[in-house]
Design a protein around this ligand. Structure first.
Ligand SMILES: [Zn+2]
Length: 385
């Protein structure tokens, strides 16, 4: 069976042309990939996330356990408000670089993997190579979760996952995890002159923010025993706050969104229970003024960290394929921790630099795609042996 042959560059052109901004979904891109794969006799399945958003899982080689998963997200961050020198959804080559939204994060990796499918097919693989293409990664690694659950419950268990996020082809065996929260302070409205009759939600929020700052400083002082992360500690951050209606009304509501990014193996309950305990100390005085007042915090998302694993087959393989002799740690999150959570060793290694991700004039060096191609050719030899 022979299908369409596309170079990595031509494949990247096709992938970038699909505007897969997370909010808009990825179905046209997935339909294109399905058709391309089936033209090479490769079966794939969809695991849906939400309307207009789906994940794709394909197997090349025998339908058995012990395979290698090449994993990438198909969604990209928005170009809204960014000043681009060229059309972000049309790959533009300038000075050895390919510009376009997603070239680096992370359609470059997916393009190389897809362009190699004819070679994967020709190689008589004894170890299967799987492609796992996800949606809605850029909004908290949400989309891939039904696919991960499907893999855990229904598919032969792979031996390793390579998540091709941009690492400049360095092997990353650890990243931080992210816990995100929404806190709502329910106060009590009154005329601003009658402070004794109101509960000022903004000022209560201010006390909560001070506690988060104290927690942040304590974590910073404790630092990172592994000394591998930048910054070398668990972080706490508040990203958005809103509350109040007018200068002369004691505000009834104040909400803020915050997160903590934890070093692997650090206990998330430490931050949340300390914050919760502090919140509980504020409530009696609030309720003495108005009974319906209080502080409610909801956890809105969790992206697990990637913890280094001793003798990880994913790490051994990636070091061999990338011809690298050391591993690295990064502070951004990926889907790797979700695969690790279901017992599949995972590693992050892909072309392009994270420094170019999410920015206007995002680009990938052509040389990076070539290095990724070399990595894939070694993978074929490994899986055909
Ligand atoms: Zn990414």
């Amino acid at each position: 069976m022979t299908g369409q042959t596309l170079s990595p560059r031509a494949m990247l052109d096709r992938l970038v042309a699909f505007d897969t901004t997370s909010r808009d979904g990825n179905l046209p891109l997935i339909a294109f990939v399905e058709e391309y794969l089936s033209s090479w006799g490769v079966k794939s399945i969809r695991v849906d996330y939400e309307a207009g958003k789906t994940n794709l899982y394909a197997t090349i080689g025998p339908d058995i356990a012990g395979g290698i998963v090449l994993s990438g997200h198909t969604d990209v961050v928005p170009v809204d408000g960014q000043d681009w020198a060229s059309d972000p959804f049309k790959v533009d080559e300038r000075h050895g670089r390919l510009y376009g939204r997603g070239t680096c994060d992370m359609k470059g990796f997916i393009a190389v993997a897809l362009a190699m499918v004819p070679q994967f097919r020709a190689a008589q693989l004894t170890t299967p190579i799987h492609l796992a293409l996800s949606c809605d990664e850029e909004v908290g690694c949400r989309g891939v979760r039904p696919l991960v659950a499907h893999m855990r419950d229904h598919l032969p268990k792979p031996r390793a996952v390579i998540v091709g996020e941009p690492t400049s082809m360095k092997v990353v065996n650890a990243h931080k995890g992210a816990f995100t929260f929404a806190t709502e302070v329910k106060g009590h409205e009154a005329h601003s002159s009658a402070t004794h009759h109101g509960v000022n939600a903004i000022m209560v929020a201010g006390e909560l923010l001070s506690e988060l700052s104290r927690i942040r400083r304590d974590l910073e002082k404790r630092g990172d025993p592994s000394r591998r992360f930048d910054p070398p500690y668990t972080t706490v951050h508040v990203g958005l706050i809103e509350g109040g209606t007018a200068k002369n009304i004691i505000p009834r509501r104040c909400n803020f969104l915050w997160e903590t990014r934890l070093l692997p193996n650090e206990d998330p309950d430490e931050v949340t229970s300390r914050f919760g305990d502090f919140a509980r100390t504020l409530e009696p005085a609030m309720r003495a003024v108005a009974p319906g007042t209080g502080i409610v915090t909801q956890r809105t998302n969790v992206v697990p960290s990637l913890a280094p694993e001793k003798d990880s087959p994913a790490e051994h393989l990636a070091l061999h394929l990338a011809e690298a002799n050391g591993t690295h740690a990064v502070s951004y999150c990926t889907e790797a921790g979700l695969f690790q959570e279901i017992g599949i060793p995972a590693i992050v290694c892909g072309p392009g630099s994270i420094d170019q991700a999410h920015k206007p004039d995002e680009y990938i060096e052509i040389a990076e795609l070539e290095r990724c191609g070399h990595f894939m050719r070694k993978l074929i030899r490994h899986c055909a042996a």
